[in-house]
Design a protein around this ligand. Structure first.
Ligand code: NI
Length: 257
């Protein structure tokens, strides 16, 4: 069930049977030589969209701008600041809570969103913790990145090993190829270049520096990955695994008191 294709009366009826909703959140940023700029939004939207159609879970429109200042030296990237994303998350949750939603599940496709979205959750809960002593916050929020769901995580490591890398991962490119088969780009990339485990730790969650430095370090946009390994057939399998993982994780979340 898609919020964008529902009437307010249908949403009112939905709220009588469920207080949960899934909000895909991504980014609009360069994805290397063969990845679409919308990759980080297409991936969670595709996975959540299958669950919304299959199980009748309500899916909100995607938040498609993320924190991606480090990619602004690549044409096409559109970034919001961390404080802007925090405000968008706060206002999104406040809107949904007003209607009676109590379990807001953000399915994420972009590492740079993780820190600001978690910060937003803290500030949402803080309204009750500071100002409303004795009152419990009426809402629970969860952020889950699709690649950390257990079966899809195992599958992407089996398919690509260390060439999964950090950015322009073959798994995300494969999912986008599956989702948008008319827009598969074939590009003879230069040799892929690995990054160290230390680099991956230091820069987890897209903890990168400024845009000029970032493009100088990663001239074609890939970070430690080999997206030429991506195939749309892989994408279909990754989506199927992710949907089952998501169904279980979402069901457990909405069952929480
Ligand atoms: Ni990405």
């Amino acid at each position: 069930m898609l919020l964008m294709l529902s009437t307010w009366a249908e949403v009112e009826a939905y709220l009588r049977r469920s207080t949960g909703i899934i909000v895909p959140i991504g980014s609009t940023e360069q994805h290397g030589p063969n990845g679409l700029i919308g990759t980080d939004t297409i991936c969670p939207e595709t996975i959540a969209g299958v669950l919304a159609a299959r199980d009748g879970v309500l899916m909100a429109p995607s938040i498609s701008l993320g924190v991606a200042q480090f990619n602004l030296a690549f044409p096409g990237t559109v970034s919001v600041r961390a404080k802007t994303l925090i405000a968008v998350i706060e206002d999104t949750v406040a809107s949904l809570v007003r209607h009676g939603f109590r379990h807001i599940y953000f399915l994420n496709g972009h590492g740079g969103n993780i820190a600001p979205v978690r910060a937003a959750f803290q500030d949402i809960y803080a309204v009750w913790s500071y100002d409303r002593a004795g009152e419990e916050a009426p809402v629970r929020c969860r952020l889950r990145s699709w690649w950390e769901l257990p079966n899809v995580d195992r599958m992407r490591r089996e398919l690509y090993g260390s060439w999964e890398g950090m950015h322009v991962t073959p798994s995300e490119v494969a999912i986008a190829q599956h989702a948008r088969p008319d827009h598969i780009k074939r590009h003879a990339s230069s040799e892929p270049r690995a990054v160290t485990a230390q680099f991956l730790r230091d820069h987890a969650g897209d903890n990168h520096d400024d845009a000029v430095q970032h493009r100088r370090s990663f001239p074609d946009g890939r970070i430690g990955s080999n997206p030429d390994l991506a195939m749309p057939e892989h994408g279909a399998r990754l989506v199927a695994a992710a949907v089952d993982d998501l169904a279980a994780d979402y069901a457990a979340f909405v069952a929480e008191q």
